[in-house]
Design a protein around this ligand. Structure first.
Ligand code: NAG
Length: 335
């Protein structure tokens, strides 16, 4: 019989064996010779849909993990796993800024959803990653609602609420400030300009009504038009429908590598019954969509046609999506 203490020691050895992966944690730096001179529009990177929703905090009566949880890794763990583009949906909840996943459910005429990681956690997760990895991190802020009022109609952020969020986000280290901060098209900037000497964080805003960046424009904050991604999800829970929708959008948006900055939205969306618990959770849907990326996308790739952002739910630390991005960057993307 094996002594329990020996079993314990053995199991910790087994769990310490790292997952074998082709690309290192700082995969952009590791490939800077290949990628450094290329603008973002000639590079493929992995990204995370509703990136803050790996934990479920406070929420409304009809929300739960099944209809709000999109991720299982924290922002820091997603960074370590290779994600470089983050869909961050800031809300005000209990007077503080947090991520959230809320939507207007018309049949019951109310807003439903839950909070995810706090903005304070998002900031410390990114800072601890960029302290030791000189990588590019893109944050896209949208769907900003004040959820402290009555949930019959959550208001969008006011200018002052955006500014208070920006002030908190000044806590992000390595914000990239372009020499022409209000006019630069970030999709045309070479990767080495961002991460030639340190990590770089880009904060992009996509508000529901116009927001003035004011002095934040010279502190690493950019309007959506400056990283203008084509980003149209299929809005279906059927894998084959999503596949053909996204692959045909890619074909029409990426007839050449300079045509548009293209986000491949490889996500399934719950139908009305699933959102009330009758059917698959968001994570279950993700677990059918994610593996299909590796078989459905490669046959559609060419030197003219490839995605810029591989955007998924339930981002995993198995190295696969980074390997796929680097396969695209090595074999298809413009030199
Ligand atoms: C930012 O998020 C909004 C809302 O989801 C989306 O419409 C937009 O395309 C995103 N921006 C980028 C650069 O992907």
């Amino acid at each position: 019989m094996i002594a329990p203490v020996l079993l314990l020691a053995l199991s910790s050895v087994v769990s310490a064996i790292p997952v074998k992966r082709a690309q290192p944690t700082d995969w952009m730096q590791a490939n800077i010779g290949l990628l450094g001179s290329r603008p973002l529009i000639h590079i493929a990177i992995p990204g995370s849909h509703d990136a803050g929703m790996s934990v479920i905090g406070a929420g409304t009566a009809f929300s739960d993990a099944a209809n709000t949880q999109t991720q299982t890794l924290s922002i820091n763990q997603q960074l370590v796993a290779g994600s470089r583009y983050f869909d961050i949906r800031p809300v005000i909840s209990g007077g503080a800024y947090t991520t959230g996943h809320y939507s207007d459910v018309s049949v019951i005429d109310s807003w439903q959803g839950s909070d995810g990681q706090s903005i304070a956690d998002v900031i410390s997760d990114i800072n601890s990653f960029t302290a030791t990895n000189d990588e590019l991190v893109i944050i896209n802020l949208s769907h900003a609602y004040d959820t402290d009022g009555d949930n019959s109609d959550y208001p969008i952020f006011t200018q002052a609420q955006w500014e208070a969020l920006f002030t908190q986000l000044l806590g992000l280290n390595h914000r990239y400030v372009d020499p022409n901060p209000t006019t630069v098209d970030l999709t045309r900037v070479p990767l080495s300009t961002f991460i030639g000497s340190s990590a770089a964080v880009l904060i992009i805003i996509q508000p529901d009504s116009p927001v003035d960046l004011g002095s934040f424009a010279s502190q690493g904050f950019y309007q959506y038009s400056q990283l203008n991604a084509y980003n149209e999800y299929a809005d279906t829970n059927t894998l084959s429908t999503m596949e053909s929708d996204q692959l045909s959008k890619m074909a029409s948006q990426r007839g050449s590598p300079d045509q548009s900055y293209f986000l491949l939205s490889w996500t399934l969306t719950q139908d009305a019954l699933e959102t009330i618990g009758l059917g698959d959770s968001i994570l279950t849907l993700a677990n059918s969509a994610d593996p299909a990326l590796y078989t459905a996308l490669p046959p559609k790739l060419s030197a003219n046609t490839y995605p810029n952002i591989l955007y998924i739910d339930n981002f995993q630390n198995d190295g696969k999506i980074v390997d796929l991005a680097m396969t695209i960057n090595t074999n298809f993307a413009a030199q």
